[in-house]
Each structure stands twice: as structure tokens, then as C-alpha cells.
Design a protein around this ligand. Structure first.
Ligand code: CDP
Length: 239
């Protein structure tokens, strides 16, 4: 969405520009526990996205007045490194987009972490995008889930996220940057795979009910692959 200039043809001979089928994910590789000083961490490469996630806590909530006596609070900071894309990153500090993505990421994890086990404390989640190529909020959530699991913080479920989009009449999975720029709709989704609960659903652009269902079916099917990558990363460290 939001591309300027002449729209490239995103589908040629039934394939996407990078050769993928409509329902095909970009390759995903995850490594757990990559940072010495964090309680939990993960490094994820997903297509041309490169993301680091780090988790600290639970620790005493600071400043004190934000503490909740009944449960832990989550702080989340998503950030794109200034060198992560060709676009302008002149400003320092979080922009509106980073604040939004931090908020939705936090909300995903508020629904799976057993917060009431840690009253008065905080859990900090950091997502640093080192290289971006569309779908970084999904990549960040998927990486942060592995970082949280590797920290040992108890969760009901290990969420994953991926985006579905629409190019003309076709629903496509895992929208990359050029597709995001020129597609007709983009729908990032986060799922708790064990319960099947949907933890995030955003939409940019217009989709019919049928297209939403088709996109969600693609997301859930792809979940098998993403969850396997998450599990393998954790097993490689903790077997
Ligand atoms: O990354 P995601 O798709 O979750 O979020 P978006 O806001 O839809 O951005 C799509 C893509 O645009 C990002 O993944 C980046 O590749 C790029 N982008 C950028 O390079 N610089 C920005 N300030 C914002 C977005």
C-alpha cells in the first residue's frame, strides 16, 4: 500500500516477482538465545528481513507508579535501525509507526504471558529491525515469541505472525516490501497456535469477507511452517 510512481506488475505467469506461489512463505531461519546479557533473545531472518528480539525481566516495575499489584506489565519497543532500509530514517526516537507496532506487539504478548504470576513486575520486550523488507511487525512478533520462550517466562502459547495481502483479485501470503508498496490490501495477523486464538488482526486496504477468510486460511496453514521454525530454534538450544 501507499506506493508512488508507476505500479509494477506484481504477478507474472501466476508467480510473484520473487518466484513465490500465492500461498508461499519467504524462507525463515531463527536462532534462539543469541545475546548474553538478555534473559531471552532470538535472531530471525525471514526473506530479506533481519530482526533481533531481546527480553528482560520479570523485574520490579519502574517507575513504581506504573506497577500493577495484581500482575506484571509489559513494555515493548519496536525500532527500525537507521540503516535497515533505503527510506528516510533521519529522525531519532520512535515515530508514529514504531509506536503503533510497539503497542500491537505488546498486546499480542499480554494475551499469552501468565502475567498474574508476577505481580508488581515488568517484562521488557525489544525488537530491533536490522534489515527490512516488508512484514517486519510479523517478523518481530515471531522473533519476540522465541525470545520470550527462551527466557523461560511462562506463556500459554508461543504466538506467530504473518501477513496476507491482496494483489488485484489474488490473495497472497507473506507480503514483501515491493508487494506492500503496490498491493491493494495488507492484513497482518498474529495467532496463538495451540488455542487458535487470533491475537492481532490489522488491515490496510479493502478486502471482502471471502478474501479475509481466504487470507486467514493461508495464515493458519503457514503457521505450521513458522511454528516449526520457532520450535526448532528452541530445541537446538535446549534439547
Ligand atoms: O514492516 P511492516 O510490513 O510490518 O510495516 P509497514 O508499516 O507496512 O511497512 C512496510 C515496509 O516498509 C517495512 O517492512 C519496511 O521495509 C518499509 N519501511 C521503511 O523502510 N521505512 C519506514 N520508515 C517504514 C516502512
Amino acid at each position: 500500500m501507499g506506493g508512488s510512481g508507476e505500479k509494477p506488475q506484481l504477478i507474472v505467469d501466476g508467480k510473484r516477482l520473487d518466484g513465490r506461489a500465492f500461498d508461499e512463505l519467504r524462507p525463515i531461519r531463527i536462532e534462539a538465545d543469541v545475546l548474553k546479557n538478555a534473559e531471552g533473545s532470538a535472531y530471525l531472518e525471514w526473506g530479506d528481513n533481519k530482526v533481533l528480539a531481546a527480553v528482560y525481566g520479570p523485574k520490579e516495575a519502574q517507575p513504581k507508579h506504573i506497577a500493577d499489584p495484581n500482575r506484571a506489565i509489559i513494555k515493548c519497543r519496536y525500532q527500525m535501525a537507521p540503516f535497515s532500509s533505503l527510506e528516510e530514517h533521519g529522525r531519532t526516537g520512535p515515530n508514529r509507526r514504531a509506536i503503533e507496532i510497539s503497542k500491537v506487539t505488546k498486546e499480542v504478548f499480554e494475551n499469552v504471558i501468565l502475567l498474574d504470576q508476577f505481580p508488581g513486575s515488568e517484562i521488557d520486550i525489544f525488537v530491533e529491525v536490522l534489515q527490512s523488507d516488508g512484514g517486519t511487525r510479523a517478523a518481530g512478533i515471531t522473533a519476540a515469541a522465541v525470545a520470550l520462550a527462551s527466557s523461560g517466562i511462562p506463556m500459554r502459547d508461543i504466538p506467530y505472525a504473518v501477513s496476507a495481502g491482496r494483489i488485484g483479485e489474488h490473495m497472497v501470503l507473506d507480503v514483501n516490501k515491493i508487494e506492500d508498496n503496490y498491493s491493494d490490501a495488507d492484513m497482518p495477523v498474529a495467532i496463538a497456535p495451540r488455542s487458535g486464538d487470533m491475537l492481532l488482526l490489522q488491515m490496510d486496504g479493502a478486502l471482502t469477507k471471502e478474501q479475509v477468510s481466504e487470507g486467514l486460511a493461508m495464515v493458519r496453514k503457514a503457521g505450521e511452517t513458522i511454528v516449526r521454525a520457532q520450535r526448532e530454534a528452541l530445541e537446538a538450544k535446549y534439547r
